[in-house]
Design a protein around this ligand. Structure first.
Ligand code: PEP
Ligand code: MN
Length: 297
């Protein structure tokens, strides 16, 4: 007897085969053509979409100055946390509603769509009034109540990979959102916990490439949390683009040393400008390669 038959035999006669592919059937690559997620003026899933901004919204001047700088450098979307999932309860927790208002205002002023994290299912509907894209953070990837709530919300969702999550667990969390009726999910690889402590996390670029094989959903990479070191953000951004990622999420602060959260990993606006030039150049080169390959078929 096949192991699968054993599972069916103990369930009902109609029990579906239990394997990962059938369980994540809505996110499966074969379920539908590649999903393009529209977020205001930006599209994720074709070309390269760069999301940039501070780890946390700290003040009106800070978020506005940063928004203007990343817009000038060519970013497609503005990020900024108003609810921060901090390891210590004594660390800066974010400005909450005031932070959301400041982020939305900076988005309007620069014309950039905004993304922010929502941590509590009870906050989803009103956070969605201030954000174009709702972020589910790594620590909440398997908060199933939260996943169901954003699944019923009309906003697109950025689902970060949990730091202890396998690829299948991550895809099944996206499945929760799609199963509730929201098809607009972007996956974000942000590094996983390994024995290595030099970097904050181990950026698993093979998982980003694997998502392209396994799912029609777009995948972006966050080399900022993935490495925890500003000096490693540029090389890993280039590597992510080379691996086929549809976008990047990068933390930028006008004065990184003064950041209220994640100071060690933020880029200055100047460093971000250099990064944009380099990744756009590589994306153009990759795009030309893809067109040649298409033409050669
Ligand atoms: C963030 O992007 O603000 C964040 C907290 O990231 P992560 O959930 O990946 O740790
Ligand atoms: Mn951060």
């Amino acid at each position: 007897m096949e192991p699968r038959e054993t599972v069916a035999a103990v369930g009902s006669a109609e029990a579906p085969p239990v394997h990962a592919k059938s369980r994540a059937r809505l996110v499966d690559r074969e379920a539908r053509p590649r999903t393009l997620v529209k977020v205001g003026s930006a599209t994720v899933g074709a070309g390269l979409c760069v999301i940039a901004g501070p780890c946390s919204v700290e003040s009106e001047e800070q978020v506005l100055e940063t928004a203007r700088a990343v817009k000038r450098a060519g970013a497609d979307m503005l990020r900024g946390g108003a609810f921060k999932p901090r390891t210590s309860p004594y660390d800066f927790q974010g400005l909450g509603l005031e932070g959301l208002r400041l982020l939305a205002a900076a988005g309007r002023e620069t014309g950039l769509p905004v993304v922010t994290e929502v941590m509590d299912p009870r906050d989803v509907s009103w956070v969605a009034e201030h954000a174009d894209l709702l972020q589910i953070g790594a620590r909440n990837m398997q908060n199933f109540t939260l996943l169901k709530e954003v699944g019923r919300c009309p906003r697109p969702v950025l689902l970060k990979r949990g730091m202890q999550a396998t690829l299948d667990e991550w895809l099944l969390c996206a499945e929760y959102i799609l199963a509730e009726g929201n098809p607009n999910v972007i996956l974000c690889e942000r590094g996983i916990r390994t024995f290595e402590r030099y970097t904050r996390n181990t950026l698993d670029l093979s998982a980003a490439a694997a998502v392209l094989e396994r799912s029609h959903l777009p995948v972006i990479v966050d080399p900022t949390h993935g490495t925890g070191r500003a000096s490693l953000v540029l090389p890993m951004s280039l590597a992510a683009v080379a691996a086929g990622a549809h976008g990047l999420m990068i933390e930028v602060h006008r004065r990184p040393a003064e950041a209220l959260s994640d100071a060690e990993q933020a880029l200055t606006p100047e460093q971000f400008g250099t990064l944009m030039e380099r990744v756009r150049g590589l994306a153009a080169f990759m795009g030309a390669g893809a067109a040649e390959r298409e033409g050669g078929r």
